[in-house]
Design a protein around this ligand. Structure first.
Ligand SMILES: [Zn+2]
Ligand SMILES: [Zn+2]
Length: 290
């Protein structure tokens, strides 16, 4: 789990002492319900700000009189899990005192306009948050939407479809069956995806880190790989897309390899055929040649 503690995102202290609860029946999933800029997917560096803004608006809401950000956790499009009220604390988000005692609340940084469909990374993050609340907060097995038991559109159709399907982790090689499409028209797949040459990429990964800053051995292929790593949250945009397979990109690629279950020299950040194919397939950005 890519966990961001309250300290790490710069949370303000709670306004009132949070109410402790021993356990819940499960977790309810929420969305923001307002507009979330579509380009947030390209800017993880904005996610902390967004979470801080949500907390600030809740702390300033004298009608609801929240003691803190209302959610137990929030998940960004890059799959990071932001600690909200945390485990064993009653949420303020589900609509009534009873509903709040029955389930934890996890927010997806997803809107009713702009960014409306969850990324695969976000679905993994939501699942991570749910499993964390089960493990550390004695959440039961129920996974529901805010609208279950309360009159609201939340968490929006694409996410609610996923909730109703049991909140499954996305399958890396199952591009045609993304739950995020929410039963609408099927996502159009470009017929010819760009190709990344594995051997040229490996050469770049072995050459660029030791060369002078920004050295490009294979800019076109590296840019695609960096874009994919950014989309999955392994890179932040400050380093993405410069076409140089420098040490930051090597580190990010190694994290992707570990995510796939590799370790030791198999997770050294030098791309291999399987990890690269999966990266292309998961993001839908490229296929590979050698
Ligand atoms: Zn909600
Ligand atoms: Zn993010």
């Amino acid at each position: 789990m890519k966990f961001v503690s309250r300290k790490a995102w710069g949370a303000k202290p709670s306004r009132y002492k949070l109410v402790r609860i021993a356990s819940t029946r499960g977790v309810k999933v929420h969305y923001e319900g307002t507009e979330v800029p579509a380009d947030l997917v390209d800017h993880h560096e904005r996610c902390d700000d967004r979470v801080r803004a949500i907390q600030a608006s809740h702390l300033a809401n004298d009608v609801e009189d929240y003691s803190d950000i209302a959610y137990n956790a929030a998940v960004c499009p890059h799959g990071y899990v932001y600690e909200g009220r945390g485990a064993h604390h009653k949420t303020g988000a589900n609509g009534s005192a009873t509903l709040n005692a029955n389930h934890y609340a996890v927010l997806a940084l997803l809107g009713s306009k702009g960014l409306t469909k969850p990324t695969d990374a976000m679905l993994h993050g939501l699942r991570d948050a749910i499993e964390w609340l089960r493990e550390d907060g004695d959440a039961g097995t129920e996974i529901l939407g805010h609208k279950d038991g309360y009159a609201t559109q939340c968490p929006g159709k694409p996410l609610y479809t996923w909730v109703q399907a049991g909140a499954p982790r996305p399958q890396a090689d199952d591009e045609d069956d993304k739950p995020a499409t929410g039963g609408g028209k099927p996502a159009t797949q470009p017929t010819a995806k760009p190709k990344v040459d594995l051997s040229k990429l490996v050469q770049a990964a072995r050459t660029d880190p030791g060369a002078k800053q920004g050295h490009q051995t294979y800019a076109a292929g590296v840019r695609l790989v960096e874009k994919a790593l950014l989309e999955l949250g392994y890179l932040t945009s400050r380093y993405a897309g410069d076409g140089s397979f420098g040490s930051v990109t090597v580190t990010a690629y190694a994290a992707w390899q570990r995510h796939l279950g590799y370790s030791g020299t198999a997770a050294d950040g030098i791309p291999g055929r399987t990890s690269l194919s999966k990266l292309g397939a998961t993001t839908g950005l490229f296929t590979i040649t050698s």
